[in-house]
Design a protein around this ligand. Structure first.
Ligand SMILES: Nc1ncnc2c1ncn2[C@@H]1O[C@H](COP(=O)(O)OP(=O)(O)OP(=O)(O)O)[C@@H](O)[C@H]1O
Ligand SMILES: O=P(O)(O)OC[C@@]1(O)O[C@H](CO)[C@@H](O)[C@@H]1O
Length: 364
């Protein structure tokens, strides 16, 4: 295990954000000069390799923005993912596994179309308890500071972990740290459903339209076109033990629902170069605004601005908050406060623009 280091140099932002990536990857991006043709041999004009995986990407944004983070992941010290993280100054806490991590390939075309091929990843059979212990320990107080403010579980589960692995990991953090540490989750499919069924309390989830529809039903395209409908659907997750829902809607922007209300913000028009990591960057933007004390409107604006900035970058590059423009994002309030956790959602109402330009210290 590499030693989690204290805060990186840069502007201090209060609150450590621990990320957990159970299935990290070396993200290889291959740029083509023309369209991708199935069955043909094509030459790349450029290729890059970056350490990736959803939690890793959140940590990359946090470090780039001068924040405090540790990325928890499986992987050996000399694995290219771990070496890449160390080289880039990302603090890690790694669980040795004695085998190589996966490579995920993104093919980008000049039109902006991206094709992604993700490997299953190495098996973590029999290692769940060790990973849970590492996560709970990393989230704890350090010699110089308090416990983490957030633990973020993000991305797919590798082979060999049970469907309820997320619930086991979340429970380990709750048992060790109670409510002192907030839990955020970006997951999908059976692992996400199993977590929601476990009854563990979750502070924040970040689904996209498809992931939301997997859980509460409905049509993802309609969610992207109709923020009111999207917010009503997102509020249904509050019946399942989730406090706050950050629903990202790609080029349509995002919707935020919590116990005090719901809001929507359209994404700025940009020329998308690669949307890989846009969702992770949106989540990082939200969390950085939260640890800096920003209100919900500011957190949503920062999420949308950071996601858009990531979509404008090549490959799986992620932005620093300095390179984002949250003040340009217009946030609309959607309606009355959403229902308390465990109750049916309140109906959403007419939209009204709100001022999201509440200053957030230190660039968050
Ligand atoms: N084409 C785009 N134009 C402008 N902003 C975009 C675009 N695509 C994504 N974004 C921004 O990024 C945020 C996250 O995008 P999206 O909803 O696609 O995440 P996601 O599906 O979780 O992505 P991924 O899993 O690839 O990281 C959006 O809320 C928006 O702010
Ligand atoms: O296979 P998963 O774990 O669902 O997603 C992994 C991944 O596609 O997500 C990130 C982008 O969000 C990339 O860095 C990485 O390759």
């Amino acid at each position: 295990m590499s030693t989690p280091t204290a805060q990186q140099p840069g502007r201090p932002i209060g609150g450590r954000i621990v990320t957990v990536t159970p299935n990290p990857s070396l993200d290889r991006t291959i740029e083509l000069a023309g369209e991708l043709q199935r069955g043909a041999v094509q030459r790349a004009t450029r290729s890059t390799a970056e350490p990736g995986g959803k939690g890793v990407n959140v940590s990359r944004v946090v470090v780039a923005s001068g924040g405090d983070t540790v990325a928890v992941l499986p992987g050996d010290e000399l694995d290219p993912v771990l070496v890449g993280l160390t080289t880039r100054g990302i603090p890690t806490a790694a669980l040795p596994i004695g085998t190589a991590l996966r490579s995920n390939v993104t093919v980008t075309e000049p039109t902006g179309t991206t094709t992604k091929l993700n490997e299953p990843g190495p098996s973590l059979a029999g290692r769940l308890d060790a990973l849970a212990d590492l996560v709970a320990t990393t989230a704890g107080p350090t010699p110089t500071g308090p416990a983490a403010r957030w633990v973020v579980f993000a991305g797919s589960l590798p082979p060999g972990l049970p469907d309820d692995a997320l619930a086991v990991l979340v429970r380990a953090v709750r048992q060790r740290h109670g409510d002192e540490v907030r839990i955020a989750v970006d997951s999908s499919g059976v692992p996400f459903t199993a977590l929601l069924q476990s009854g563990e309390r979750i502070d924040l989830v970040k689904p996209n339209a498809e992931e939301l529809a997997e859980v509460v039903g409905g049509d993802p395209e309609q969610y992207e076109q109709d923020p009111e409908r999207a917010a009503a659907a997102a509020a249904r997750l509050r019946e399942r033990g989730v406090d706050t829902v950050l629903l990202t809607l790609g080029s349509a922007g995002a919707v935020l629902v919590d116990g005090t209300g719901s809001w929507t913000a359209a994404a700025p028009r940009i020329t998308a170069r690669s949307t890989v990591g846009a969702g992770d960057s949106a989540l990082a933007g939200y969390l950085l605004a939260e640890v800096a004390g920003g209100p919900p409107e500011r957190r949503l604006a920062q999420a949308v601005a950071t996601g858009a900035a990531a979509a404008g970058l090549p490959g799986s590059d992620v932005p620093a908050l300095d390179a984002t423009d949250p003040d340009a994002i217009v946030v609309h309030r959607l309606g009355p406060p959403a229902s308390p956790v465990g109750s049916p959602p309140a109906p959403t109402g007419a939209t009204a623009p709100v001022d999201a330009s509440v200053p957030v210290p230190h660039g968050a």
